[in-house]
Design a binder for this molecule. Structure first.
Ligand SMILES: *Cc1c(COP(=O)(O)O)cnc(C)c1O
Length: 227
């Protein structure tokens, strides 16, 4: 067994334990393997261990991997910043995008999504910490943004993504995750099709699962540190 295989097993155990601790169903949380800045060999090791969903943040780098692994049954998720010149590549090569925070980005993704690929699954990124350095829509902007984007063709709005501000104090992490869950649930009353809360990374996945995450995005705990 290689290290990535071992890490994958222990992450799955952590997820399962967190699901149980929160009284949630087994397998209600999906693991997204964040492979940004990791070589193709690392992705293949995770793939051989059974992992099928991978997250990437940098378009150029990800397109090389997607081309090289075209004959593998991988579901690719784009989780990085979206500049306008990136939307075409995202729309043409990814199944999911987690980092949409402006209507303009969504309009471009909708226009550029090849219809034969089916809808692009989309999460709105919420800036829950309010830090100006972070991307993401504010809580106030979310309802309007969700309604405008839900009306666009070739996109399926699935939920929210957030990156809480790191804190040594678990309760501050927990509070941000709880606030995100509350906003998610209030959006669900307008948009009952929402089923995805993308929240939790290597350092805070237990808290995120406790607060309702349905996708955790795990990089370093699986692959080790990035180059
Ligand atoms: C890099 C990244 C991750 C993975 O973070 P780790 O701490 O390495 O698990 C998750 N989400 C986003 C948006 C990222 O950019």
């Amino acid at each position: 067994m290689n290290l990535i295989d071992q890490n994958l097993r222990s992450i799955k155990q952590r997820i399962e334990a967190a699901e149980a601790a929160a009284g949630r169903q087994k397998n209600s949380v999906k693991l997204l393997a964040v492979s940004k800045k990791q070589p193709i060999e690392a992705i293949l090791l995770a793939y051989d261990a059974g992992q099928r969903s991978f997250g990437e943040s940098y378009l150029q780098e990800s397109l090389e991997k997607i081309m090289a692994l075209a004959d593998h049954a991988i579901e690719w998720h784009f989780i990085g910043p979206i500049q306008s010149n990136k939307t075409h590549g995202i729309a043409a090569h990814f199944s999911w995008v987690h980092s949409v925070s402006h209507l303009k980005q969504a309009i471009r993704l909708s226009d550029q999504r090849p219809p034969e690929l089916g809808n692009l699954n989309l999460c709105l990124q919420l800036n829950i910490s309010g830090e100006t350095s972070k991307s993401g829509a504010s809580a106030d902007e979310l309802p309007g943004l969700a309604s405008e984007i839900a009306a666009l063709p070739r996109l399926s709005v699935r939920g929210l993504m957030t990156i809480p501000r790191y804190s040594d104090a678990p309760n501050q992490q927990r509070q941000q995750c709880a606030d995100t869950q509350r906003l998610y649930q209030s959006l669900q009353t307008q948009h009952p099709q929402l089923d995805t809360l993308s929240m939790g990374m290597s350092g805070d996945m237990e808290i995120a699962i406790e607060q309702g995450a349905t996708i955790v995005r795990i990089g370093t705990a699986l692959f080790g540190s990035r180059n």
